[in-house]
Design a protein around this ligand. Structure first.
Ligand code: PMP
Ligand code: GLU
Length: 400
């Protein structure tokens, strides 16, 4: 019998993708499932980007690209970073990968030795913990509570740092909470982290363009910390391009070179066609076409609608998300309640109850390090959101 390696046995399946798979299976059986589990825009990729991909095929961009990405794409990313974020990077500090997920894995594998500690503000995005596991690092969770709108304080971070700390990873706007760190909050974090130059910050900015409180703030803007930060971004969320699988890092040169080397052995680089499409996305000013504005507006309206609908359900303790497309309410009020058949002991039970009873797919907070909560992705139509909230309210009213 085949014995799989320990690293696979210890690795958990991505719970966001698992819930999405379950919801697809139920749909295939003929159930009317509303899937609010996956963090994926429901919009189509804008036409001008699709056109660039079609042209790339006709122009025979069909060979291996340089491992770190085409030079003109990396230059376009530098232009984007200057234009949108006022950040100066050189083209050789950029590495393009098969999604931001791979970018994060590259960086983690490049920096973390077995037993090294990685600071992970909680709630965190589901894959951080598992990527750290693959790198044989040790996750050190720093709990942020709903009272603090799920943001960690610089003091908490400093208290968690030990001589073994190598990395700190966080997202802003945050998946799963939608919280957005302000410029001042990032500055305070930077002021702490600069005292520990052995610690690299991975700043996951994949939700840059889905921000309802103004301009995106990057921790890289503070010159004194920039050499200690790896910025991660990509096209999946802001450009509705999840399936194209393009992400990138902007990093200190040594880390960029390490990721280039690693990726050279793992993938040889990202898809050539998707890279040409992403070049078009980055080179075009976000406001030059109506596409991004339309999506941003829709996400904001959906956020407002979802907050309103959920606030009408008893026992939902809501956070106020300022970005991304998630709401992460505390639903622990329902723990211990039962509909006579099923008893809800945790957020996983509640998720399965809602999936099996009213066919609404969500993700339990355990997946993100907070078992009292549940994640709603509202990246779907208002009609579906309204129907989902109606079903959830009805199902939860049967729990006593
Ligand atoms: N970081 C966060 C916080 C995410 O939510 C996602 C979503 N998949 C990713 C990274 C990875 O994005 P990509 O599709 O570019 O791999
Ligand atoms: N990031 C999205 C989510 O959290 C997509 C799924 C995934 O990549 O895990 O739902």
């Amino acid at each position: 019998m085949t014995t799989l390696a320990n690293r696979i046995q210890y690795l958990s399946e991505s719970e966001t993708l698992a819930m999405s798979r379950k919801s697809r299976e139920l749909k295939a059986e003929g159930h009317d499932v509303i899937n609010l589990s996956l963090g994926e825009p429901d919009f189509h990729t804008p036409d001008y980007i699709k056109q660039a991909a079609k042209e790339a095929i006709d122009q025979n961009f069909t060979f291996y690209s340089p491992v770190a990405g085409y030079e003109d794409l990396r230059k376009a990313i530098c232009i984007k970073l200057k234009r949108d974020n006022n950040l100066d990077y050189d083209c050789n500090q950029i590495v393009v990968s098969t999604g931001a997920k791979q970018s994060i894995a590259n960086v983690m594998l490049s920096l973390v030795n077995p037993g090294d500690e990685v600071l992970v503000p909680t709630p965190y995005w589901v894959s951080y913990k598992e990527i750290i596991k693959v790198a044989e690092g040790k996750s050190v969770f720093i709990p942020a509570t709903i009272e603090n709108n799920f943001k960690v304080t610089p003091k908490q971070l400093e208290e968690a740092i030990t001589p073994k700390t190598r990395v700190m990873i966080f997202s802003s706007p945050c998946n799963p909470t939608g919280s957005v760190y302000t410029r001042e909050e990032l500055l305070r974090i930077a002021e702490v982290m600069v005292k520990y130059p052995q610690v690299t910050i991975i700043a996951d900015e994949i939700y840059e363009h889905i921000n309802f409180i103004g301009k995106h703030e990057s921790i890289c803007q503070f010159g004194f910390i920039k050499d200690q930060v790896v910025l991660v971004n990509g096209v999946s969320k802001g450009y509705a391009m999840t399936g194209w699988r393009i992400g990138f890092i902007a990093a200190p040169l040594s880390i960029a070179k390490a990721c280039d080397k690693l990726q050279g052995q793992f993938t040889s680089g990202a898809s050539s066609i998707a890279q040409r499409a992403s070049l078009k996305a980055f080179i075009t000013e976000p406001n030059a076409t109506p596409d991004m504005k339309t999506m941003q507006l829709a996400f904001r309206e959906r956020r407002d609608l979802m907050l309103k609908l959920l606030s009408e359900i008893p026992g939902m303790r809501l956070n106020h998300p300022d970005g991304a497309f998630y709401i992460f309410p505390d639903i622990s009020w329902y723990f211990g309640k039962s509909d006579g058949t099923t008893t809800i002991n945790n957020s996983n039970d509640l998720c399965m109850y809602l999936l099996n009873k009213v066919f609404v797919a969500l993700v339990p907070g355990d997946a993100f390090g907070d078992p009292r909560c549940i994640r709603f992705s509202y990246a779907t139509s208002k009609e579906k959101l309204t129907e989902a909230a109606k079903r959830i309210k009805e199902a939860l009213s049967q729990l006593n």
